[in-house]
Design a protein around this ligand. Structure first.
Ligand code: GDP
Length: 433
């Protein structure tokens, strides 16, 4: 895996930054000046790409002095890493230690990502920009505390790191996209899987023993290989009695956890049931991308289709953003539209809106439709940032509470104006005093 080394003085916020943006799992080692830490390494996954994050550890003036210690850390980082992430506390600025580090790094060929942390406030933007003087390229202003700037930072990290090599099947570094096929019993999941796998199945078998968990199936659709997760129970048609519902829902949960996008199958020859609603809620709560496949279209008379569609629309109002495909797992009708729909949904799910573009959009939106006055005060929306993708998650910084209706309005407009088709979009509000 490509290796990213993180360097910085104690208390610049390395640990919180790494935890927040790079998804560290193990316990955080606190930055205690004077305590030398061992190198810690763990894997991070972002935008389908995996890389190792290495904390190079102690950066304390040792017996040989500060400059020596910094130089040694930089050497270690450069030797072991494909890119170096330098974290600086913007409220403090570049100290002599960081200037020494920059001198070493400027001479090396290793790409450097310069992070101006603790930019919790617009007013610190100028201090962040001052870090240009280190000669390490553009400082990326972030706030590990608020999650601000994570998108730009992660983009810079991925751009600096080499692509992980393709595996022997030619799959990209992140491997095939992971799909959960879910729906209540007898809705046609195994029929659809059988239809989709078709002749590909023999190949799937070969691959299954090597790179893919045997409970998953690799399926080639529309020139691309997809990984259908947790399909072991779907391979055969099992007679699912009603008592199986509990297990069906456990399976749905675990498939969703392993997947990036879900295909929810609905039996369109019947009214939407409570069980369908439960599956849809589970997907909505999971934050995964979603494609709705209205199966058994062959059983629906043409003259009843419109009425059924209307009924479904009402029932599917929890996920109005999902694409709906009429298919028949039995005849194969409409099945070819599944892969393009999955792609659209994942593209939305992965997407990041640059902070500048987001805020100019927000400015116009708010000028046209300001937030409603509450308790005699009009809350101001200060700025927005996309804190995460998968699913796209936005943070609005405001001077007061925003009504749920207005929040939904912003969410809807975000979805429409940036066409996040097939993906949930989350909007969090942070009130600043
Ligand atoms: P699962 O429990 O979701 O895996 O459902 P199955 O794939 O076992 O399908 C349940 C029943 O529905 C079987 O008898 C299938 O033949 C039937 N079925 C599945 N898809 C279709 C379809 O598109 N049209 C029709 N007419 N029947 C289907």
């Amino acid at each position: 895996l490509p290796v990213l080394a993180v360097v910085g003085r104690p208390n610049v916020g390395k640990s919180s930054l790494v935890n927040r943006f790079l998804g560290r799992r193990e316990a955080v080692v606190q930055d205690i000046p004077g305590v030398t830490r061992d190198r810690v390494s763990y894997d991070a996954l972002w935008n389908g790409r995996k890389f190792s994050v290495v904390d190079t550890g102690g950066w304390e003036p040792d017996a040989a002095g500060l400059q020596q210690s910094v130089a040694a850390q930089a050497e270690r980082a450069m030797k072991s890493a494909d890119a170096v992430l330098v974290v600086i506390d913007t409220t403090v600025g570049a100290t002599a230690a960081e200037e020494a580090l920059a001198r070493v790094l400027r001479r090396s060929k290793v790409p450097v990502i310069l992070v101006a942390n603790k930019v919790d406030d617009e007013r610190l933007m100028a201090d962040a920009a001052a870090l240009w003087s280190l000669g390490l390229g553009e400082p990326i202003p972030v706030s590990a505390l608020h999650g601000r700037g994570s998108g730009d930072l992660l983009d810079a990290v991925l751009a600096a790191l080499p692509e992980a090599p393709m595996d022997k099947f030619g799959f990209g570094g992140g491997g095939p996209r992971r799909v959960a096929l879910v729906g209540k019993p007898n809705v046609g999941k195994s029929s659809l899987l059988n239809k989709l796998t078709g002749e590909w199945r023999s190949v799937v078998h070969d691959v299954a023993g090597t790179t893919v968990d045997p409970v998953d199936s690799l399926v080639e659709l529309d020139g691309e290989v997809w990984r259908f997760v947790d399909t072991a129970g779907l391979r055969r048609r099992v007679n699912q009695a009603s008592g199986m519902e509990y297990y069906a829902s456990l399976r749905t949960q675990s498939a969703l956890e392993a997947a990036e996008v879900a295909i929810v199958l609905i039996d369109s020859s019947e009214p939407l049931s409570e069980q369908d609603q439960r599956v849809i809620s589970m997907v909505a709560d999971s934050g995964r991308a979603l494609v709705l496949a209205l199966n058994k279209a062959d059983l629906v008379d043409a003259d009843r289709r419109e009425e059924i569609t209307r009924e479904l629309e009402r029932g599917l109002n929890r996920v109005p953003w999902a694409q709906q495909l009429n298919i028949s797992a039995e005849t194969g009708r409409g099945v070819h539209r599944i892969a393009p729909a999955l792609r659209t949904a994942l593209e939305s799910w992965d997407r990041r809106v640059p902070t500048g573009r987001l805020n100019s959009w927000l400015g116009e939106l708010i000028a046209a439709t300001p937030p409603p006055v509450r308790g005699g005060r009009q809350p101001r929306v200060l700025f927005a940032t996309q804190a995460a993708n998968r699913p796209p998650t936005f943070v609005l910084f405001t001077t007061g509470f925003l009504e749920a209706g207005y929040r939904r309005f912003i969410e809807r407009r975000l979805r429409e104006d940036f066409s996040f088709t097939g993906s949930p979009v989350r909007v969090n509000v942070r009130v600043r005093e």
